[in-house]
Design a protein around this ligand. Structure first.
Ligand SMILES: *[C@@H]1O[C@H](CO)[C@@H](O)[C@H](O)[C@H]1NC(C)=O
Ligand SMILES: *[C@@H]1O[C@H](CO)[C@@H](O)[C@H](O)[C@H]1NC(C)=O
Length: 97
């Protein structure tokens, strides 16, 4: 657990989260429902998978989320990351219409 907090600090994850509405969008889609739109997917890719995972794990330690199934949350975390990497590929594969 302490390791997640350390990796957040070591990788400056919190300072990389520049677009707060994207953070909210990503977390809402993991812990509640909703989708992450392309512009926030790009933001998530910029943040990096290590930070994405570490921040979700840190959030899971919050008593507010104690009822959530860790395995469900972690699989949604991975799904959103994978979806966003595909969005990123699509953009780079189609530079002009
Ligand atoms: C997480 O827990 C909250 C409160 O119990 C619940 O409303 C929400 O649906 C849960 N989310 C997931 C992804 O299971
Ligand atoms: C990638 O682009 C194709 C063609 O525009 C589209 O059908 C597909 O849904 C896109 N995939 C993602 C993950 O956005």
């Amino acid at each position: 657990m302490a390791r997640d907090v350390d990796s957040i600090k070591a990788n400056n994850c919190e300072t990389k989260m520049t677009m707060l509405h994207c953070v909210i969008e990503v977390f809402a889609s993991i812990f509640k429902t909703g989708i992450v739109y392309d512009n926030c997917c790009h933001e998530l890719i910029e943040l990096g998978q290590l930070c994405h995972n570490a921040l979700v794990k840190k959030t899971l330690q919050n008593p507010l989320f104690k009822n959530n199934d860790t395995s469900v949350i972690l699989s949604k975390t991975a799904q959103i990351w994978n979806k966003c990497t595909l969005v990123g590929e699509n953009v780079s594969l189609t530079p002009s219409p």
